[in-house]
Design a protein around this ligand. Structure first.
Ligand SMILES: [Fe+2]
Length: 248
């Protein structure tokens, strides 16, 4: 019998010179890297995955991580000081933020005081329990102030799993979608994995990112094997992410 051996396709084979637009590598300011040592370790592991440009996105979430320009700036400069010149010269790190769409965020929009990923793109998230009751208003505000919203991990909000029309509605309102690469596994649960597949198949995903908080997550990503369909669809999303956010 003829046996056909096909080479396994690892996710990391698609990530050469990738720009990671969502991660928690800055030390000591949210639920990501706890200190500089963890940050450097995480950066090295992500670099081994193929990532060359990092846009760290600490949570700005009034109730749990009340970060500001100052806390993000301090953490960023501490990290830069600690990085060896050789490592620093082979990567780019330029911080932004992941904004919880809470009351504090609405004030920051009004002051036009947001960290952007690049250009006018702003990364936003919602609670995993419920969407903000004034979600449409917030998106409208973001847009009227000249920003472009990117919703972080749309596949991770359980209240949308059985209400998929909301995804189309958010897109109509002008939201871009960023999928977490870990959602291609059952790391966050099988409903998230299923929704991730749905969103990719429906061409609703614009960008991907690691959303890495720790090295265990990166280890899962480095072993992730894609099927042929995933490979084709992800390839174009990865290229789109690079084309929009890489500056190297
Ligand atoms: Fe995140």
């Amino acid at each position: 019998m003829l046996q056909v051996f096909t080479k396994k396709q690892f996710l990391k084979d698609l990530l050469e010179d990738f720009v990671d637009i969502h991660n928690h590598i800055l030390p000591g300011i949210d639920d990501g890297a706890k200190n500089i040592k963890e940050s450097i370790n995480l950066i090295n592991k992500l670099k081994d995955l193929g990532i060359k440009e990092f846009i760290p996105t600490p949570h700005v979430y009034e109730d749990f991580y009340p970060n500001t320009d100052e806390t993000i700036g301090d953490s960023y400069f501490k990290l830069l000081e600690a990085l060896k010149p050789k490592l620093l010269s082979s990567i780019r790190i330029n911080p932004a933020a992941e904004y919880m769409m809470d009351y504090n965020f609405e004030k920051l929009i009004e002051d036009k005081n947001l960290f952007t990923l690049k250009g006018n793109y702003v990364l936003v998230e919602m609670s995993y329990f419920q969407a903000p009751i004034n979600l449409e208003d917030i998106i409208f505000k973001i847009k009227t102030r000249g920003y472009i919203p990117i919703l972080a991990h749309p596949e991770r909000y359980p209240y949308y799993h059985n209400n998929k029309d909301f995804y189309n509605k958010l897109k109509q309102l002008g939201c871009f979608f960023q999928l977490n690469l870990l959602s291609l596994t059952n790391y966050y649960g099988k409903h998230v994995e299923k929704t991730a597949t749905y969103l990719i198949d429906e061409n609703l995903i614009d960008f991907v990112a690691t959303d890495a908080h720790n090295k265990d997550q990166v280890a899962i990503l480095s072993n992730l094997i894609l099927n042929k369909n995933q490979k084709t669809l992800l390839h174009s999303i990865i290229e789109n992410t690079k084309n929009n956010f890489s500056i190297l």
